[in-house]
Ligand binder design. Structure first.
Ligand code: SAH
Ligand code: F3S
Length: 480
């Protein structure tokens, strides 16, 4: 997802507009993927109706919620450390209640209550609508747990409260869960089976965002290409749907087309694409609409057929290369990024070299790279021994990271001297006098502010670059 806001970036504190008559204070932190950040906005919306007003001050909170990530062991350790901190605060503020949301809640269920005494409430990703009841239970002094995964829940009817928003870009979730069962991945267990959201409610949300002044949306799902609306229900039950339902079903490329047409001024992104599910239709829809960004996050995890098979990624290296070739042919200036895992069980030096050579072929714009972390309960954990020593995983990971850095620089250098379309998002982290935004390919661009404003689409001439950033000067507003 645009991609993982990795756990290393730490949790972000979110703030709700305050209403004076609200009595209780909520402090909420999110870790992990963009879906978690988006879910926290749904939680904030549900709790606003219960009279909660958010605070950035942990010490004054009546309710502390932490939306957790289980994707790698390190993500879970980060959350456990935060719970220690909450424990210390509880000594000063003994009436404070603590709830864990998200993937760790789903994975550990009521075990969480035993393992972490500080926790009062455990709520899985499909159970947020039950929060009012769960809160009542903890108010009455009982612990509360709801980790039921749903066949239907998409939160399509909840208008998220946009937290910590720049007012320019927003996430819109379109599918929940994942049916792919990559052997290393905990997501299918923590987020359940795949289901899609009604296109009508997606379009309503997008239109509303446009009316509120937003200029860019990212359609979110664990596997967006698998989006399929046929009137509700699990993706896997589509085969049993009526003939009419099957005929009138909306797939991802059709949804993308609908959204792009509904708001031609809105920039559209999507994340994450899975190579085995991405169709050429999606590429042609991207080609047809200027407002769909020429950028695809296309995780591959490994360049070795042998490892791909053990990972249950249902495509070969060659098929992935063909997809890359199709992207380059249909959308020549498309930005492409990757996710890679170094040190999957039994990975040989040869397999690792295959990953490096695939990277050489694609020359990704950027990537998100991880050392394999065994997750309890996954197929890989049951089937394979985690037999690559940590030091070797780290060494391979470093080689992947170094190569990616070289390719990122190759890509950014190719932009020097060119003009790119940038949506201004915020003041640059490094300089008050510069704006920061992204081009279509999702690379950060900084340039002097002059008289431009946040939310403007600006043509920027690129003068220099680092491997991660393009630096330039504005040429003028983009004529739309
Ligand atoms: N489809 C999802 C992928 C979620 S996981 C999405 O929308 O982002 C994000 C990335 O984390 C994966 O692509 C993979 O590279 C990495 N990852 C997942 N499980 C992992 C594990 N057990 N060890 C190391 N990295 C992992
Ligand atoms: Fe995980 Fe594979 Fe789905 S990485 S989220 S099981 S596509």
């Amino acid at each position: 997802m645009e991609k993982m806001i990795d756990e290393q970036l730490q949790g972000t504190t979110l703030a709700l507009d305050s209403k004076k008559d609200h009595k209780r204070k909520l402090y909420i932190e999110s870790y992990g993927c963009q879906m978690n950040f988006s879910d926290s906005e749904i939680v904030a919306s549900i709790l606003a109706k219960e009279g909660f007003n958010t605070t950035q001050l942990l010490e004054e909170a009546d309710l502390v919620l932490v939306n957790t990530c289980s994707i790698r062991d390190k993500a879970e350790q980060t959350v456990r450390k935060r719970l220690e901190k909450f424990n210390a605060v509880k000594k000063i503020n003994p009436t404070m209640k603590v709830g864990v949301l998200g993937c760790m809640a789903e994975r550990l269920k009521s075990k969480f209550l035993e393992e972490e005494k500080i926790v009062d409430m455990v709520v899985g990703p499909d159970a947020y609508k039950d929060l009012p009841n769960l809160l009542q239970e903890i108010d009455e002094g009982r612990n509360a747990v709801n980790v039921i995964l749903s066949k239907e829940e998409t939160y399509g009817d909840i208008a998220p409260v946009r937290l910590q928003s720049n007012g320019v870009s927003a996430f819109v979730s379109i599918t929940r869960g994942c049916d792919n069962m990559c052997t290393f991945c905990v997501v299918p267990f923590t987020r359940g089976r795949e289901r899609s959201r009604d296109p009508k409610s997606i379009l309503e949300e997008v239109n509303q965002l446009w009316d509120q002044g937003y200029k860019e949306i990212t359609l979110l799902g664990q596997n967006v290409d698998s989006y399929l609306w046929y009137g509700g229900g699990l993706k896997k039950d589509f085969v049993q749907a009526s003939e009419l339902q099957q005929k009138t079903a909306v797939n991802f490329s059709q949804l993308l087309d609908l959204v792009a047409q509904a708001q031609p001024g809105m920039r559209i992104r999507f994340s994450t694409s899975n190579p085995q599910d991405m169709t050429h239709d999606v590429l042609y829809t991207m080609q047809n609409h200027d407002n769909i960004c020429n950028y695809i996050h296309l995780p591959v995890q490994s360049g070795s057929d042998c490892v791909l098979k053990k990972m249950n990624r249902l495509h070969t290296r060659q098929e992935y290369i063909e997809l890359i070739d199709a992207i380059r042919q249909i959308i020549p200036d498309c930005g492409i990024s990757q996710d890679m895992i170094a040190g999957f069980p039994e990975e040989t030096e040869e397999d690792h070299k295959d990953t490096l050579s695939l990277m050489e072929y694609v020359k990704y714009d950027f990537g998100f790279m991880f050392a394999y972390s065994e997750r309890p309960g996954t197929l890989a954990a049951r089937k394979f021994e985690d037999n690559i020593p940590e030091s070797l995983k780290k060494k391979r990971l470093q080689e992947i990271v170094n190569l990616q850095q070289k390719h990122s620089l190759y890509r950014t250098q190719k932009m020097v001297g060119k003009e790119v379309e940038v949506l201004i998002e915020k003041t640059s982290k490094k300089s008050e006098a510069h704006w920061s935004g992204r081009n279509q390919q999702n690379t950060v661009v900084v340039f002097p502010k002059e008289n431009y404003n946040v939310g403007d689409f600006v043509n920027v001439k690129i003068n220099e670059c680092t491997s991660a950033t393009l630096i330039g000067e504005a040429v003028g507003l983009v004529k739309k």
